[in-house]
Design a protein around this ligand. Structure first.
Ligand code: ADP
Ligand code: MG
Length: 252
């Protein structure tokens, strides 16, 4: 068996507040293969964002091991981690996190400024990323001139402009109407299918989770359910599993 792309072992994350310790992750294990598209669900406050930030090297574990692409990121120093992150991880947030005073082009170019690409090469990559998300004609628009769905598409272009292997998305459709949400999901699916990106997506949205190939459910600091869509039965199996996990009927 090949080494998984992401391997998490006995992961513990505790936050210290005054004299109180809040242990959010209590010995979590997870292996994700390269090219997987995984949905992470669980109640509010269960530690989904915490786990995502640990996988992406934004935060450090209290104890345990996290290996991504063969690299032990739990043991890396701050500077090395920042450098690794800028090359290997793309981030997609619920509220887009675009810089309001920069155009769509400049927002997407931001992560490329940390690389040693030439100006001409950067322009090419920004244009390519914006055309993939269908916004080649909006390059000079500022975030306030875009709809929420368009802002999220710019944010996705920014996330993959450096061509990272890993994309992490924290409730990427959480603030969008259903039509815009659908566009975002189609885009994420395409980045997974066509460009081979490994995607870890936190979501509350059963429709979003149904796009993933695998569903994990975070509960009381550990992963409770781990459901893989099997070939052919993907839609039915996942839909049922997600409805059960969310305790709701699926729309449509
Ligand atoms: P979720 O994304 O599943 O809603 P989070 O990972 O954001 O959950 O938070 C899990 C728990 O950890 C919550 O109780 C939250 O208040 C707490 N928490 C998150 N970040 C911090 C922090 N930086 N300092 C202290 N507590 C935190
Ligand atoms: Mg969260």
């Amino acid at each position: 068996m090949a080494e998984p792309f992401i391997r998490i072992e006995s992961l513990v994350k505790a936050y210290q507040r005054d004299t109180q310790t809040l242990t959010v992750l209590t010995g979590l294990n997870l292996a994700v293969d390269e090219g997987e598209f995984i949905a992470l669900m669980g109640p509010s406050g269960s530690g989904k964002t915490t786990l995502l930030n640990l996988i992406a090297g934004i935060d450090r574990p209290t104890s345990g091991r996290i290996t991504v692409g063969g690299l032990e990121i739990h043991g890396m120093g701050e500077a090395a981690l920042a450098k690794w992150r800028s090359r290997n991880v793309g981030f997609i947030f619920q509220l887009y996190n675009l810089v309001p005073v920069l155009t769509a082009f400049e927002n997407v170019e931001l992560p490329l400024l940390l690389t040693d690409l030439s100006r001409a090469r950067r322009r090419k990559q920004v244009e390519l990323a914006l055309s993939i998300v269908g916004l080649a004609d909006r390059m000079d628009h500022y975030p306030r001139q875009l709809s929420g769905g368009q802002e999220q598409r710019v944010a996705i272009a920014r996330a993959f402009a450096t061509d990272p292997k890993l994309l992490v998305a924290d409730e990427p459709t959480g603030d969008l109407d259903s039509k815009s949400a659908e566009e975002i999901l189609v885009l994420l699916e395409r980045l997974n299918d066509e460009f081979g990106k490994t995607i870890v997506m936190v979501t509350h949205d059963p429709r979003a989770a149904a796009r993933a190939h695998r569903l994990v459910h975070l509960d009381k600091g550990v992963l409770k359910e781990d459901i893989r869509a099997s070939e052919g039965k993907k839609q039915v199996g996942m839909a049922a599993a997600i409805a059960a996990a969310a305790g709701t009927e699926l729309p449509g």
